[in-house]
Design a protein around this ligand. Structure first.
Ligand code: F6P
Length: 320
């Protein structure tokens, strides 16, 4: 029935390993020969493509990251390198590709698949949850749980002193991780790029609460605002609380995939393989309104992702 390959591109996310496991098992069930492309687009250019089997994917389902590694490739922007990449696929008779990544990777794959007639499905995989057209990206639930654990633990120590903590979450230009984390950890302040914050109003509100006995504050700030230090200084200066700042950083990308991410990985992969077996396509599989659908790459990458208004409304009171 032919050969099919999988690779990861861009930032890793938890759920990639369960997806890779399902990929091998489901492809073999469908009489396809599964291949791994190591190191993302870099490995595609360098020809690091290896046939995969059941035994390669035992003992990986509970692991974060990706066993086939990933990369952010600049070389793939050059046509000559894409040509080499295509020849590498041809050598292994691969004409179907699954790419776990974000919209930068999907744009690159769209160009590639049109140039060389390679059938491709992109699976939105990024902790940022910032891909237009899908409500969910693989790895988000695990990242949120990592952040939740950190914030719950920080609250323990914040409660033990009269202190404020300013915690910066990842998410690139998107405030989704900060928003959900602030809501579910009971933070007092949430600063995200999507909402214009008002420090004067916040100061008034929190000062009142402090008069009533509030002793500690948790402020969650999205990295995309670039305002973590500013918020720290403001709390020290205007709320007169001792502050500690914590940049959660790359721990948010690690950790054992949650049950939800494992199940989503299975679903994304099986739908993607079924689709690639039906037709020659270059599409992204999205999950929206609780259904899996396929969209043209352009439909996904043409717009920036927007957090839905209902969620934004929930967090406005933590920003002003
Ligand atoms: O896109 C995922 C992400 O973790 C972002 O949240 C973050 O801004 C970026 O990747 C970090 O990239 P790197 O791993 O290259 O430092």
């Amino acid at each position: 029935m032919g050969s099919i390959a999988i690779m990861c591109s861009g930032g890793d996310s938890s759920g990639m390993n369960p997806a890779i496991k399902k990929f091998v098992e489901y492809a073999l069930d469908k009489n396809l020969t599964p291949y791994f492309i190591f190191d993302g687009l870099e490995g595609l250019i360098d020809g690091d493509i290896r046939k995969a089997d059941y035994k390669d994917v035992t003992g990986i389902i509970h692991l974060g990251g990706t066993m086939i590694r990933t990369s952010r490739s600049k070389r793939f922007y050059e046509f000559s390198n894409r040509e080499i990449a295509y020849r590498n696929l041809q050598k292994n008779s691969i004409d179907k590709l699954i790419v776990l990544g974000g919209d930068g990777s999907f744009k690159a794959m769209d160009i590639f698949s049109k140039e060389f007639n390679i059938s491709f499905i992109g699976i939105p995989s990024t902790i940022d949850n910032n891909i237009n057209g899908t409500d969910y990206c693989l790895g988000v639930d695990t990242a949120l749980n990592v952040i939740r654990t950190a914030l719950d633990e920080i609250r323990d120590t914040a409660l033990s002193f009269k202190r404020a903590f300013v915690v910066e979450t990842m998410g690139a230009d998107c405030g989704y991780l900060a928003l959900i984390s602030a809501l579910t950890s009971g933070a007092e302040i949430c600063i995200i790029p999507e909402i214009r914050y008002d420090l004067e109003a916040l100061q008034k509100k929190i000062s009142e609460e402090m008069k009533e006995g509030r002793t500690n504050i948790l402020a969650v700030v999205a990295e995309g605002t670039n305002d973590t230090d500013k918020i720290k200084e403001w709390i020290e200066r205007d709320l007169k609380l001792e502050v500690r700042e914590l940049i959660l950083g790359h721990i948010q990308r690690g950790g054992s995939p949650s049950v939800y991410d494992r199940l989503m990985a299975f679903e994304f992969i099986s739908y993607a393989i079924d689709r690639l077996m039906q037709d020659s396509v270059n599409e992204i599989i999205v999950y929206r309104d609780a259904k899996f659908e396929f969209l043209e790459v352009n439909e996904v990458v043409k717009d920036r992702h927007r957090i839905n208004d209902k969620l934004l409304d929930l967090v406005v009171r933590l920003s002003k």
